[in-house]
Design a protein around this ligand. Sequence first.
Ligand SMILES: *Cc1c(COP(=O)(O)O)cnc(C)c1O
Length: 427
Amino acid sequence: MKFVSINNKRIIKSFTEAVLLGVAEDGGLFMPENIEQNEFEFQKKKNADFKEIAVELTEYFIGNEFNVTDVIERAFYFEPEIKELNSNTFILELFQGPSLAFKDYGARFLAEVINEISLNNKRRFIVLAATSGDTGSAVARSFLAKEGIKVVLLFPSGKITQLQRKQFTTLGKNIFPLEVRGTFDDCQSLVKRAFLDNEIRREVVLISANSINIGRLIPQIYYYYYAASRLNADDLIFVVPSGNLGNLTAGLIAKRAGLKTGEFISALNVNKAFKEYLESGKIKAKNVVETISNAMDVLNPNNLERIKYLFGNNLREMNKDISAISVTDEETKRIINKVYAKSNYILDPHGATAFAAWEKFNEREKPGIILETAHPAKFIDIYEPEIAKDINIPESLKELKNKEERKIIIENGYEIFKNKLLEVAKI
Ligand SMILES: *Cc1c(COP(=O)(O)O)cnc(C)c1O
């Protein structure tokens, strides 16, 4: 399939071109050109495995621009797991990858695709991303030690946990973390500006690893199909903990491509810009509030433009498919304790936000499935001791304790950032 700019359908690119560009010349994000209702081979049988689903959907959405089977084999050595908490509530665990968060699905797929592209290209490649926590480690680990590719990661000072930070500041090699004295939205603005900077783009092939990159979005479609297929359900309500709305957008694309589902719940913490948008067509909130689900502390969600595009800017249609529900930290903590007591299951704060949103949703006759986007061990500090002691800490996190960090601290200013980026390019 070809990909078009959401601002201008006459800007048409191959998937590879769209991945390398990040955004189109006119600043528009890329979307698949024509998504039609489909029935896929794997939907005809029960229990198709994740890779089989991924291969068929990659062939549909992208085609054969690269060796699809190879890329899927290398990217996905893990798969989602589904837990049943009660007769109408399921958990879709998406944290089985190396960074222990769902972002591994997008990042690893993107890394393998870019690796294929860079092998036949003599230019310098820099992968650039802003991170509010989990993007950093997913991207860093996916691209670690890839020949001819450097990774520059911007993150806001003091806004992400030490553990999250250490997952990408201790890797060394081709990974360059930049700590910005500012907010996540500041980091995101710096990144956006770099992509419009021709001076930088003459020096290096600059690739976005944020969820603006269509290469991260497409593979996130796959687990929606996986869940529906495994549960053999055509009315699942997907409850999606939302920040930049990449995960939600992927689900909405799946539905456009023929996946039968109920509606989508976009779970938000108190940063409820998307809820405001659905209610009024405008975002009013001005200041980001820090929460325990910090990967969702976003006011200017990257993928909102894609959702508007999918619905032709029609708010009423959007509201038919999506309910946005906002949850406070108190409610999130309460639900963590409740689900632990009742089901002996430990939610991470992002999944817990979604669970709390599900409990607030008033049409629960259909089955709901909560996307559990990260492993609770990543946020061990927020738990009460009796729950914390029950969290199984994966080896990869234990190892971080004694590892040394390497990062560069910069002020929040474009020229400062640009100079650093050009310096890294020349290393
Ligand atoms: C990034 C992230 C989210 C938000 O996902 P979006 O696709 O940006 O909406 C939710 N949970 C966790 C753990 C994350 O890392």
